[in-house]
Design a protein around this ligand. Structure first.
Ligand SMILES: *Cc1c(COP(=O)(O)O)cnc(C)c1O
Length: 386
């Protein structure tokens, strides 16, 4: 039998072993770590700085008093409370969809939704850079999977052509992409993708994990910015990033939500999220879509532009190539008290190890400028997708 120590040794020698870093402070633009003390944190997805905000902490505390700490059961048993349904109504109204369903995480949303929609005789077509949760969801579905090179519309079209010849009368074709890609920070050509999926009668799922709350009118996402909300069959996202909390959502038709309630295994066989959390998410959505959110988004985008004038999102990758170079750059930044992670295979393709900088509205402008100066020495290669 394999010894786990041998497997760890293999990871070590490939420069791929990862380990956990213990934080002694709350999440924020400056964090206190056990191994390196205070660090200026450019690695979190808490884009609006809400995770440790006085506003959310107060709301959360109040909601715990009102709803209790736990939910007691799965949603289908006796775990569906006012707070869950109110959040789903809030999300459907916000995203202009007929209905919405929420999950305990974005990961559980992807792995719950895709296998509930597609099965053995169906076809799922994914962008090559889709998040692990979307890939796992597609695999779990048992559908035939096709992958197109990142944002390659020509290849997507030929997959769709092939799929529509292949799929049976009742079969489904599901195209899956992200609106902002988590490791590259670039955007999908949503308008063209919508045009293609409509032409071939396919369904489309767009994961807005890194756009929700920070892009589009009221932070509604890239689909809203492009005026495409009504044409995307499944708008998915997470409350774990810009909203500073945790949980996932999908906005779709009433019929699909009812089908998900009946079929989605991560929804059915998992205890409902704490009702206090659901109620806090509702308040966070209202906060983020209003003038407070507008002010935070303005600050965030100013901070982003201080790092890169034409950045399409709050995620700035700096390609290093080898694992060793990426690790050395990350270590150098750590010595300057910047936490900027090196991202390696299997999170990104081999040979494309990189630094991944994420920006927050809560960052001190002076720290952003100081980081920019540090990064200038690395910014030699642009990220490209052959
Ligand atoms: C983070 C992320 C998820 C998972 O969301 P969680 O709420 O963290 O489980 C799903 N999709 C994408 C694109 C993500 O970046």
């Amino acid at each position: 039998m394999r010894d786990p120590e041998d497997e760890l040794q293999e990871l070590d020698s490939a420069g791929l072993r990862r380990s956990l870093r213990r934080l002694r402070s709350a999440q924020g633009p400056v964090i206190n770590t056990e191994d390196s003390g205070d660090l200026r944190n450019f690695s979190s997805n808490d884009y609006l700085g809400l995770a440790d905000s006085p506003f959310l902490k107060q709301v959360f505390a109040e909601k715990v008093q009102k709803y209790g700490a736990g939910s007691g059961a799965s949603r289908l048993v006796c775990g569906t409370m006012d707070a869950h349904l109110a959040l789903e109504e809030e999300m459907a109204a916000f995203k202009r969809s007929e209905a919405a369903l929420t999950f305990s995480a974005g990961f559980a949303t992807a792995t719950g939704v895709i296998p509930a929609i597609c099965q053995k005789d169906d076809i799922v077509i994914l962008d090559k850079l889709c998040h692990a949760s979307l890939i796992d969801g597609a695999r779990m579905s048992g559908a035939t999977i096709r992958v197109f090179p990142h944002n390659d519309l020509g290849k997507l079209e030929s997959h769709l052509q092939w799929a529509s010849d292949q799929v049976g009368q009742d079969g489904r074709i599901l195209v899956v992409t992200e609106s902002v890609f988590s490791m590259d920070g670039d955007r999908a050509p949503l308008r063209e993708i919508v045009e293609l999926k409509s032409r071939f009668g396919a369904l489309l799922l767009v994961d807005e994990a890194h756009a929700f709350g920070i892009i589009g009118p009221n932070g509604r996402g890239l689909a809203a910015e492009e005026g495409l909300e009504g044409q995307i069959d499944f708008q998915m996202g997470t409350f774990s990033k810009a909203l500073g909390l945790s949980g996932g959502y999908v906005c779709t038709s009433r019929a699909f939500v009812d089908l998900l309630v009946n079929r989605s295994r991560s929804f059915i066989y998992s205890t409902a999220p704490a009702p206090a959390l659901a109620a806090t998410i509702s308040e966070a959505v209202r906060h983020v879509r209003g003038t407070d959110g507008d002010a935070l988004r303005k600050q965030l985008w100013e901070n982003i532009r201080f790092l890169r004038e034409d950045a399409p999102s709050a995620i700035l990758p700096i390609l290093m190539g080898s694992n060793e170079d990426a690790m050395a750059a990350s270590t150098h930044l750590l010595e300057q008290r910047f936490l900027v992670p090196a991202i390696r295979y299997p999170t990104v393709p081999r040979g494309t190890a990189r630094l991944r900088v994420t920006v927050s509205a809560a960052h001190d402008r002076r720290d952003v400028i100081a980081l920019r100066q540090e990064l200038d020495q690395f910014q030699k290669t642009a990220l490209s997708h052959p």
